[in-house]
Design a protein around this ligand. Structure first.
Ligand code: ACO
Ligand code: KIV
Length: 552
């Protein structure tokens, strides 16, 4: 690899750039280009039916401008445009956008495809970059500008002609200096200004200037510089919507778009999950969720990825990476012990309707239709908190820390033996086996507790025998009873109990339904410490059984 082969793309020197000090406060105007730029990146371009299924999904998610294709490029593209118009599939508040080169016959055919449309954006482009001027078009700056001007004129003329037959159609004009990011920014301004001179936009009747990083060739901060410079040098800015269209060659398409919004852009073109030429288009899902995670309404409904991800995967034939930002299968899953510990502690402290404040989880997974089940998965890199979370989440067990510590080596051995993620079931079986939850040979036939001042008198029938003891609480009364029967001293170092909900209970369902009790006892008998766990119909029975199991 010889880096001398490559050189830095020149970008303007800004001495007083403003964008780094700004914050975003609202969503941009979103434009989905899945059906055009996304489609043009596919080995098997979408059929009309596939385009329709994605179209319906985009509408359901709330897109108001959708670039539907390049109608002059192929029959499928043309037919799809006709289908939307003739079958009246375009809601009144949605505008379709179509792409065309600055070539007359293609522009003519484009308007033909749009007959009867209520409103459409005609998006015309020609490249302005140095490399394409020199090596592809072999044209001077003036000649390339003349192509843009000519394209703008045709777009206007054919709109005028179309209005003669379809006076109700509204036309919005959009121009892209393709490869803006590899164009001298002053020159891009000059070309766009010349296009505006043709279209004569006004504040009420704006045109759109779309600034593409057709090939991403600078860092996102330098792209933002290009955008800020462009906007600052454009006359009649108020008559223009500044649109941004980034690609992901350096992996920074989202960053470049986000910083461009700080630099003053109004509108963002991109695709769902970033499908597009080479490394893809700007991923609208990621950018919209970035805004959401900062408390900004993204004005797109991304809450049900289970509905829309399969549609995108079906039409693109591209599987979503499990670590795709915000929607990948495992992006809310922690395997490592310290992360699991922090997540568990934060979730316990998180109160409903308060700002989200959970370590390692940038948003509440429930906001995009995920449940907490998948957040923590136990493998050999997990610590005690991971098992505790799973047992709490799935089986309603609130393990005190000393039970977590006691059980951790068992879970660790199991994970090492299995080599991957331990299923919830296997983890529970290990817990149940370790503490003998399945085989309880202690039967409490009857018990009675009488309080007298600070003391409690316990009379309990265990496996048919009556035991009696006195203490400051139930456990100490039971320890006394044990001492009386066996002569052994017992200390309860700690204990905990809680109601237990059976597995049939939904996490949000009625609390207490089918409740049983769970008790955990940490005891010391003759210098030997042990942890004991039991479940029973009520807390006293559970506590007694746990203690007796520990003593036995
Ligand atoms: C960055 C982007 O995504 S831009 C969008 C690109 N998308 C697509 O190209 C998908 C659809 N395109 C197509 O199906 C075809 O390219 C068509 C139908 C539009 C045109 O096909 P063809 O006429 O066969 O030409 P081809 O695609 O090879 O175009 C090259 C010619 O168009 C010219 N050209 C290319 N882009 C433009 C443009 N934006 N404006 C004006 N002329 C252009 C080239 O200079 C070249 O001219 P030449 O034949 O005189 O050398
Ligand atoms: C036509 C333009 C906007 C484009 O798709 C690109 O530059 O990537």
């Amino acid at each position: 690899m010889n880096p001398i082969k490559y050189q830095r793309t020149p970008t303007p020197q800004l001495t007083n750039r403003q964008w780094p000090n700004k914050f975003l406060t609202q969503a941009p105007i979103w434009v989905s280009v899945d059906l055009r730029d996304g489609n043009q990146a596919l080995a098997n371009p979408m059929t009309v039916d596939q385009k329709l299924s994605l179209w319906h999904q985009l509408i359901a998610m709330g897109f108001k401008t959708i670039e539907i294709g390049f109608p002059s490029a192929s029959q499928v593209e043309y037919d799809f445009t006709r289908r939307l118009i003739e079958d009246n599939l375009i809601p009144d508040d949605v505008t379709i956008q179509v792409l065309v080169q600055a070539r007359e016959h293609l522009i003519e055919r484009t308007y033909e495809s749009l007959q009867g449309v209520k409103q459409a954006v005609i998006h015309v482009y020609n490249t302005t970059s140095i490399v394409q001027r020199e090596n592809v078009f072999e044209k001077s700056k003036d000649e390339i500008k003349a192509m843009a001007v000519q394209g703008a004129k045709w777009v206007k003329e054919y709109a005028f002609k179309a209005s003669e037959t379809n006076p109700n159609s509204q036309w919005i004009f959009q121009y892209s200096p393709e490869s803006f990011s590899q164009t001298e920014t002053d020159y891009a301004v000059e070309v766009c200004q010349a296009v505006m001179d043709v279209w004569q936009p006004t504040e009420k009747n704006k045109c759109i200037l779309n600034l593409p990083a057709t090939v991403e060739s600078t860092s996102p901060n330098r792209f933002a510089d290009q955008v800020e410079y462009f906007i600052n040098h454009l006359q009649n800015r108020e008559s223009v919507l500044i649109s941004i269209h980034t690609h992901n060659d350096r992996g920074c398409a989202v960053a470049a778009a986000e910083l461009s919004l700080l630099a003053g852009a109004d509108r963002i073109e991109g695709t769902l999950l970033g499908n597009g030429e080479r490394t893809g288009n700007m991923d609208i899902v990621t950018l919209a969720m970035n805004l959401f995670s900062e408390g900004i309404d993204p004005e797109l409904d991304l809450s049900q990825p289970n509905n829309w991800v399969p549609v995108v995967e079906e039409v693109t034939q591209i599987k979503t990476h499990p670590r795709h930002p915000w929607v990948g299968d495992v992006v809310y899953t922690a395997y490592s012990g310290s992360h699991q510990d922090a997540i568990r502690k934060c979730l316990l402290k998180q109160k409903p309707n308060t700002p989200w404040n959970v370590a390692y989880l940038p948003i509440d997974p429930k906001d995009i239709g995920r449940d907490y089940e998948a957040i923590i998965r136990v493998n050999s890199q997990s610590g005690k908190a991971g098992s505790a979370f799973v047992l709490a989440q799935e089986y309603g067990l609130n393990l005190p820390k000393w039970v977590q510590l006691d059980f951790a080596p068992i879970a660790q051995k199991l994970a090492e033996k299995q080599g991957g993620v331990v299923s919830h079931k296997d983890l529970y079986s290990a817990f149940s086996n370790q503490y003998g939850l399945q085989h309880n040979d202690i039967e409490i036939n009857h018990y009675q507790l009488d309080r007298e001042g600070d003391l409690e008198h316990l009379s309990i029938q265990v496996n048919g025998e009556v035991w009696k003891g006195t203490g400051t609480g139930t456990l100490s009364a039971l320890c006394d009873a044990w001492h009386k029967r066996t002569g052994h001293n017992v200390d309860v170092i700690d204990y905990a109990e809680h109601a237990l909900h059976t597995l049939d209970d939904s996490p949000n369902g009625e609390q207490g339904k089918n409740a049983q009790a769970m008790a955990y006892v940490y005891l010391q008998q003759d210098n030997k410490r042990s942890v004991s766990v039991a479940t029973a119909r009520d807390t006293v029975s559970a506590m007694v059984i746990a203690l007796l199991k520990g003593l036995n």
